[in-house]
Design a protein around this ligand. Structure first.
Ligand code: NAI
Length: 345
């Protein structure tokens, strides 16, 4: 089995080398992202391994099929960068449904605490021996209301952390979880109520047509003045222009973003010596109450190890048994995890 590994970063290699070697998989690492221009690099391989900002659209899928490649192994949970509808019956799309919800949930809380307690400002001040506290006033999380959109693995983990801080949780999910609804301190509400009553809103739902620009001018209008917006899910859940307007008008008190709608050509790369062309991102970053991290919420040693282990297991399962429980199935017109191991049509 030969695997073409796209969008490689130095931190990917140690864990993948370890698990792939044990499974007898030969990995060729490419720094390039997979897209229509780079797909030829996959020639001579049996499978491709891709990450969040690789592009697996119809043209790429057609070329992979022409190259005899039938396995697209995602080393992430989200698959909004894959045309799963088009892929159905052509290539098997395997993913890593859970590798460490704690990594993302903990990073979300780290961003929130950094922002509201001004840790990012304090770090810079004290390095300059400026020990003034002026402008550093924050607020307690205890007793505040957090609205959590999406109560799957990461949302649930974040809720647990928030409950530990003594916060009240308003939850919204398309498919509410009965056990969570019974937890003290958690209440499922409509999206409208969540927007109206939350001091902090954290997004943990997938990016779909339904959730695209969930946070826009209209929803921001319905929020409390001073609301803190957290997005560690997918960039396009938030209309970045609307977010910027909300920050300028002081309606939004703070925003913490690990993802950004136009991140594909920026995040994971060093642009420190360049002039940033994206004015919206540059303006957001210039704000004292906005914190941006570059899609690093997943990046813990534990998560990297789990990602490599499951990705390799997925490929082995497919090549040996012809099926994999982590295949994204489009049977029935809805993308979901394969239930019967026969997703290929
Ligand atoms: P999950 O599948 O366990 O949970 C997603 C939840 O969203 C489910 O409960 C589902 O019912 C709900 N949902 C679906 N459609 C919805 C809608 N229209 N409105 C409200 N809720 C809806 O997924 P998990 O593992 O919790 O991941 C959540 C998201 O986090 C992923 O979709 C991915 O985009 C993002 N993510 C970000 C990472 C990062 O490094 N920043 C790393 C891993 C995931």
């Amino acid at each position: 089995m030969k695997l073409a590994f796209f969008d490689t970063k130095p931190y990917d290699k140690p864990s993948f080398d370890r698990y792939a070697k044990a499974a007898g998989i030969k990995v060729k690492y490419f720094e390039a992202k997979l897209n229509e221009d780079t797909v030829e690099l996959a020639k001579g391989h049996d499978a491709v391994c891709v990450f969040v900002n690789d592009t697996v659209n119809a043209a790429v899928i057609d070329r992979l099929v022409a190259l005899g490649i039938r396995i697209v192994a995602l080393r992430c949970a989200g698959f909004n960068n894959v045309d799963v509808k088009y892929a159905f019956g052509k290539v098997h799309v395997l993913r890593v449904p859970a590798y460490s919800p704690y990594a993302v949930a903990e990073h979300t809380m780290a961003l929130l605490l950094t922002s509201i307690r001004r840790i990012h400002k304090a770090y810079i001040r004290t390095r300059d021996f400026n020990f003034s506290l002026v402008g550093m006033t924050g607020f307690d999380l205890h007793g505040k209301t957090v609205g959590v959109v999406g109560t799957g693995k990461i949302g649930r983990s974040f809720i647990n952390i928030c409950l530990g801080f003594g916060m009240q949780v308003l939850a919204y999910d398309k498919y509410p979880a009965n056990d969570l609804a019974e937890r003290e301190g958690v209440r499922y509400v409509t999206l409208d109520e969540l927007f109206e009553k939350s001091d902090i809103i954290s997004l943990h739902c997938p990016l779909t047509e339904e959730t695209y620009h969930l946070i826009d001018n209209e929803t921001i209008e319905r929020c409390k003045r001073g609301v803190v917006i957290l997005n560690t899910s997918r960039g396009a859940l938030v209309d970045a222009e609307a977010l910027l307007s909300g920050i300028k008008s002081r309606k939004i008190g703070a925003a913490c973003l690990d993802v950004y709608e136009e991140e594909a050509d920026l995040f994971f790369e060093d642009f420190s010596g360049h002039i940033l062309e994206d004015d919206t991102l540059a303006r957001l970053i210039s704000m004292p109450n906005v914190i941006v991290t570059s899609h690093q919420a997943f990046l813990t040693e534990d998560a990297l190890d789990n990602i490599a282990e499951t990705t390799v297991e997925n490929i082995v399962s497919f090549t040996e048994k012809g099926e994999c429980p982590n295949e994204v199935c489009f049977r029935g017109g809805v993308a979901e995890d394969c239930k019967n191991g026969k997703c290929f049509g």
